[in-house]
Design a protein around this ligand. Structure first.
Ligand SMILES: Cc1cc2nc3c(=O)[nH]c(=O)nc-3n(C[C@H](O)[C@H](O)[C@H](O)COP(=O)(O)OP(=O)(O)OC[C@H]3O[C@@H](n4cnc5c(N)ncnc54)[C@H](O)[C@@H]3O)c2cc1C
Length: 454
């Protein structure tokens, strides 16, 4: 199909961008891999589950209703179940290459004059002994099971790691009837207090979560970490321990908690594959954008967590600003974003930066990773193998990958790259993956033969 603006990602950023651009007379195609719009924050239960009160699992449901109803009333063409693996420049615009449906084998193309990337982020999980046991899930994964499948991952859970996402996960599981044995947060209150001024606007939200944790009697273990998950063929419990101010486990503080579920997460990382494929520059690990959310590739915008982790409200503001800018570019007019969105972006960016600085995994986490702990799950590479590669002289992720195959499997390092970098003692580097998704060779071959024919 042909359109003026292809928006990739139908989370808060992509929805706000599509609505803003369509309201300004732009023909928009909104493309997403999921079967429903909403992204991670407004993840909807599968239609077949006939959820009676889906709002019970969500915050800010009114905003979702406004987005959903606005989309239904708009001219935006919604293309769900479209897994985009690459965006290619062509004369006069771009081709968005996608694979359709759950099998992801049938190709589809969207030709657009401009592209807006709103592909969000993904979870960052660091390894520890026992983390591959059944019963250990990511914090966002537990949330996705609840919101999308209306199921709980177990009966008694520990929620652990670091970052603000642990709060809705712990309270969400508790409200759904799971006994939450503890919320284990490696960041201490002192670290948060150091960013008090920038986080002042987040206080009411934080107080709300604190009240819910109290109501559900969820014990909070601040400046603690999970050092080991136990079980033979599935999780039966975890050992937690206190951390000192340097981020080292304090000897003698270990204790065991019985649980059948461990929901663990160490923050989020931006999805940048599609942006990098088109040649967009990065700012650290996120897509670099200017004040109008334009990337450094003309005709390409980015918004939401692909440009930095900051939460759903920031994603909405950035999406709106990006949509207005893209529409203005296509119409030859001046961008007219709502002043409230500009104000919200300024305020929320500063609290996002403070949260990012406050919530960091314990500095000495690699010391807890035993040699037999699997680091790269796809290729089953252990921490011992990574350390052998380091002994052989590897000093970065890429050399470790070449020596051990860590990061060469199905997920292409999305799960293990940060862990390998941590074990190697170097900062994580940008991914540089040519395709955002695995692509069947038949699809590539057919595309090649079509190009030769044309
Ligand atoms: C698993 C998970 C659970 C979360 N749970 C919570 C929570 O409970 N509470 C909270 O406050 N915050 C939560 N967050 C964070 C919150 O979801 C984000 O702050 C917010 O959704 C960001 O909005 P976004 O539009 O930038 O991205 P997202 O909402 O992540 O939307 C991105 C969209 O892009 C689509 N996409 C990505 N790549 C492709 C591709 N190649 N092809 C096609 N489509 C693609 C995805 O399917 C997704 O729908 C969660 C995040 C994650 C990852």
């Amino acid at each position: 199909m042909r359109t003026e603006l292809a928006v990739i990602g139908a989370g808060p950023a992509g929805l706000a961008a599509s609505l803003a651009a369509a309201a300004r007379g732009t023909r928009v195609a909104l493309v997403d891999a999921a079967t429903e719009t909403g992204g991670q924050f407004y993840r909807q239960p599968a239609a077949g589950l006939a959820a009676g009160r889906p709002e019970a699992l969500h915050h800010r449901w009114r905003t979702w209703e406004r987005l959903r109803d606005g989309l239904a009333a708009s001219s935006v063409r919604v293309l769900t179940d479209h897994h985009v693996w690459c965006v290619e420049r062509e004369s006069g615009g771009f081709t968005v290459h996608a694979l359709l449906g759950p099998e992801q084998e049938e190709p589809a193309e969207v030709h657009a004059r401009a592209v807006l990337l709103a592909t969000g982020g993904y979870e960052h999980v660091l390894p520890f002994p026992g983390w591959t046991l059944p019963g250990v899930v990511t914090a966002g994964g537990a949330q996705a099971m609840l919101k999308g499948g209306l199921v709980v991952p177990g009966r008694r859970a520990v929620v652990a790691g670091t970052g603000p996402l642990l709060l809705p996960v712990a309270t969400g599981l508790a409200a759904a009837g799971v006994e939450v044995a503890a919320l284990v947060e490696s960041t201490g209150p002192g670290r948060l207090a150091r960013h008090g001024l920038a986080l002042a606007g987040k206080l009411p939200e934080g107080a709300g979560y604190a009240a819910r944790l109290l109501r559900h009697r969820v014990p909070v273990l601040a400046r603690h970490t999970v050092v080991r998950a136990h079980g033979d063929d599935r999780l039966t419990g975890v050992t937690v321990a206190a951390l000192d101010t340097a981020g080292r486990v304090r000897p003698g503080t270990e204790r065991q908690l019985v649980c059948d579920t461990l929901a663990v997460g160490h923050g989020m990382l931006p999805h940048t594959d599609l942006a990098e494929g088109i040649g967009c520059g990065l700012d650290g690990l996120a897509v670099a954008v200017d004040a109008e959310q334009r990337t450094d590739v003309p005709g390409v915008w980015a918004a939401g967590e692909s440009t930095g982790i900051g939460g759903a409200a920031l994603a909405l503001a950035e999406g709106h600003i990006a949509g207005c800018s893209a529409a203005a570019f296509l119409r030859g007019t001046a961008p007219d974003p709502a002043p409230a969105a500009l104000k919200a972006r300024t305020k929320l960016s500063s609290s996002a930066a403070a949260l990012d600085a406050a919530y960091v995994p314990p500095a000495h986490w690699p010391e807890q990773v035993t040699d037999d702990t699997v680091v790269c799950r796809c290729e089953e590479v252990t921490a011992g193998a990574v350390r052998d590669a380091l002994d052989l002289g590897a000093g970065d992720e890429r050399t470790v990958k070449l020596l051990t195959r860590a990061g060469m499997g199905w997920c292409q390092g999305r799960m293990c790259a940060a862990a390998v970098a941590g074990l190697a003692g170097c900062p994580p580097s940008p991914s540089r993956r040519p395709f955002a998704r695995p692509v069947p060779l038949g699809v590539l071959a057919r595309q090649h033969s079509q190009e030769e024919l044309s």
